[in-house]
Design a protein around this ligand. Sequence first.
Ligand SMILES: *Cc1c(COP(=O)(O)O)cnc(C)c1O
Length: 486
Amino acid sequence: MKEPLIFDLSRSGRKGYSFSPIDIPERPAESLVPSKFLRKEAAGLPEIPESEVVRHFVRLSNLNYHVDKNMYPLGSCTMKYNPKINDYTCDLPGFASLHPMQPEQTVQGALQMMHELAGMLSEIAGMAAVSLQPAAGAHGEFTGILLIKKYHQKLGRPRRKLLVVDSAHGTNPASAALGGYETVSVKSNAAGRTDLDDLRAKLDGDVAALMLTNPNTIGLFETEIRTIAKMVHDNGSLLYMDGANMNALLGLTRPGDMGFDVVHYNLHKSFSAPHGGGGPGSGPVGVSQCLVEFLPVPVVEKYEEEGKSCYRLNAERPDNIGRMMNFYGNFSVLVRAYTYIRMLGAEGLKRVSENAIINANYLLGRLLDHYSLPYPKPVMHEFCLSGDRQKKEHHVRTLDIAKRLLDYGYHAPTIYFPLIVSEALMIEPTETETKETLDAFADALIAIAEEAASNPEKVLSAPVTTPVKRLDEAQASRQLNICCTH
Ligand SMILES: *Cc1c(COP(=O)(O)O)cnc(C)c1O
């Protein structure tokens, strides 16, 4: 069904408000706003009763796809269900009505929450300290890179290069470039993990750090991580972890114990703040002891006064890298993450990761006979299939399979990423899905594999049930082919 624009629903004189008659002298608009800024024609706002406004937006929201509607298998994005209690706590007036410029004594509760959240995140990842300032994963990477830069500068031996593994998220090389570094790509081996020989060859005296995602973006754990950490540290370099995929590690293992010096978290992924609509997000950064002094200011500190715990914001830290954001980070996302962690506790967080891993492996098991798996299992919280077989045998590409999934009522997985897998279909079911939901999703993907063989036209013309049908992808797919042949 086509939904008209709200302007098309407008009828002159209809309205959804009523004001009391004005009981003060009315002042001409010119006395309030300089006349050159006054609009000459009417603003043309829609005129529509409240009932029709509500129905219009409810119909629009029904056309949308969201995680409250059904599973969202978007690999590497951890689109899991976000418990509603997170929104409840974040709406509590004590949090929601704060102003960021209020004096410290009046926001002790908020500072305590931030101090405790930073402590819990440090514990979860095994790091010495955490800054809550960065506003997103990529912003966390950039912060981490500035910390690494400061570290080498302070030692009096600035370095020019950052190593990034070729399966990395695109934000890694982008953040490295933004930080003023030259990016050098390290190859993955046949098992889908970092190629140690290639790493050894590229680790020279000019390498500031290696950026690694563990488990990596095809869902594989770096089994040689301790060896990698030793190689990197022996070279005087630091080890950065892209921790957007923390969903696989909670309570099971810790980046700090593996030898990482910096890690960023995506609170809007693993720690259940809604995302996908463009924010706000939060990408705190955890650091090992050697980087603590460089953390962005202000830092929330705890102290004792007259036998009472108090909190303050300290900006007097001589070697800090500066501020990464106005005020103190995206506060509402911090409240959500705090609530999520407190609700689950240590045991609950561990079960999150156990279930994320078992869900991914179960779903993969159901799909193995129908799609190719370029790198051997077992996987962690996500996996990456290839549509190569369908492309070769039936000229149906991953793009077509993804579009056909929309007809079955699902959001498409991540496709054509990471770049090391051709015709990639990257799927992250997350821990919040039931076996029934996983089975229904697997049934849909299996049915599409069968359609690709028996009736490829059906897959090639999808989607047919969405408000906007098949788009002309000729240009888009030419671009995809270019990037996949690299
Ligand atoms: C999502 C993601 C990022 C980037 O996070 P943003 O919050 O989108 O900036 C970085 N690395 C990996 C592996 C990710 O999945």
